[in-house]
Design a protein around this ligand. Structure first.
Ligand code: HMG
Ligand code: MG
Length: 312
């Protein structure tokens, strides 16, 4: 007998509820070769709303040269049905993006920087500290207008240009964002290199520095198949917000080697099995992904979706 077999299996203590933050219309579509019309993006988002998702990132107000796929986010934002109590954030890189978001009527924005200098320069043409200075007026104006602000920290688990990223580097940028007054921080595994050991390390470092679990979200790309294991590690640490993309599409055009996000369906399947409530209908997310797959002309990479297809 060893320590595993002589005792009853001890199940980890997990949160009862989790929030699924849907990034398919933004992270999912920004990396697709096929450009989807504004009308079809509206339909896709309306289907995600019907599925009961509590937060749906609608698109981005970045330079249309940088991400042409999302150039017409204004029309998409204005066209979608906004269900009461559902958050519809948009990505904003600077004050120009903020002006566009406000003009469209956004009530929540997401600014984005990184834990590594070189990726940030490729992505938004600014060093990390420079990006914080860019966000300062954006965050101040958002606060004055009661607009909620999410702050993304990309490359929190590894950088496509610099390799390993330390938990201390993540802690530093997280505190700079908190000093700006952001409401939520999403830690991005931009290129999908994290394992659960890295998740424990980064979250422990953040908790030790006084960060509270309630403001954290985890954003995993599934490049190496570790995204669900990483979510499980996050749940064990008490994190309750997880980003995911319908069908598992996604990737940052400025992060070579990045593949899709953790698929929303795969996340929901695991959370349901664990008894973690989300209020989201898995079959209705499948419906939204199937609608999108018909437009893209290829099957999205999500595993649950593949199982549904195989069973038909
Ligand atoms: P820049 O060239 O340094 O910007 O780009 P600039 O201020 O010098 O302006 C250049 C031109 O862009 C000007 O136009 C501006 O008006 C225009 P021109 O005078 O040449 O005709 N411009 C804009 N147009 C519309 N909306 C704007 C805007 N800003 C400037 N907001 C910039 C800097 C940040 C604009 C650019 O690098 C950019 O747009 N980058 C966005 C890149 C991006 O969207 N990446 C993907 C999202 S991040 C991600 O996927 C990671 C995440 O999922 C988490 C994770 O996985 O880790 C969030
Ligand atoms: Mg991403």
């Amino acid at each position: 007998m060893d320590s595993w077999t002589e005792h009853a299996i001890r199940r980890p203590h997990l949160p009862d509820r989790a929030t699924v933050y849907e990034v398919g219309p933004r992270d999912g579509l920004q990396n697709e070769a096929e450009r989807i019309s504004a009308a079809d993006r509206v339909r896709f988002i309306d289907l995600l709303t019907d599925a009961g998702l509590p937060a749906i990132e609608v698109g981005s107000f970045v330079s249309p040269q940088a991400v042409p796929q999302l150039a017409d986010t204004e029309s998409v934002f204005r066209g979608i049905r906004k269900a009461s109590g559902v958050r519809y954030p948009v990505l904003v890189p600077n004050e120009k993006g903020f002006d566009r978001a406000v003009a469209a009527g956004a009530l929540e924005i997401a600014v984005f920087t990184a834990a590594s200098e070189t990726f940030n320069r490729h992505n938004i043409n600014a060093g990390v500290d420079e990006s914080i200075e860019r966000f300062r007026p954006v965050a101040a104006r958002a606060r004055a207008q009661r607009i909620r602000v999410r702050g993304y920290v990309s490359t929190a688990f590894g950088c496509p240009y610099e390799g390993d990223v330390s938990a201390e580097a993540v802690r530093e940028i997280v505190h700079k964002l908190l000093d700006l007054g952001v409401d939520e921080i999403s830690l991005g595994d931009t290129i999908g290199v994290a394992t659960p050991a890295d998740v424990y390390d980064v979250i422990e470092t953040l908790y030790d520095s006084g960060v509270s679990r309630g403001i954290l979200a985890l954003h995993f790309h599934d490049t190496r198949g570790t995204a669900l294991a990483n979510v499980f590690a996050g749940l064990e640490c008490g994190v309750t917000t997880f980003d995911a993309s319908a069908g598992g599409l996604g990737g940052c055009p400025y992060a070579p080697g990045a593949s899709g996000n953790l698929a929303t369906e795969d996340l929901l399947y695991m959370l349901e099995g664990l008894g973690v409530a989300t209020g989201v209908s898995l079959p209705r997310v499948v419906e939204a992904s199937r609608f999108l797959a018909g437009l893209l002309g290829h099957r999205p990479p999500g595993r649950y979706l593949a199982a549904v297809w195989a069973a038909q």
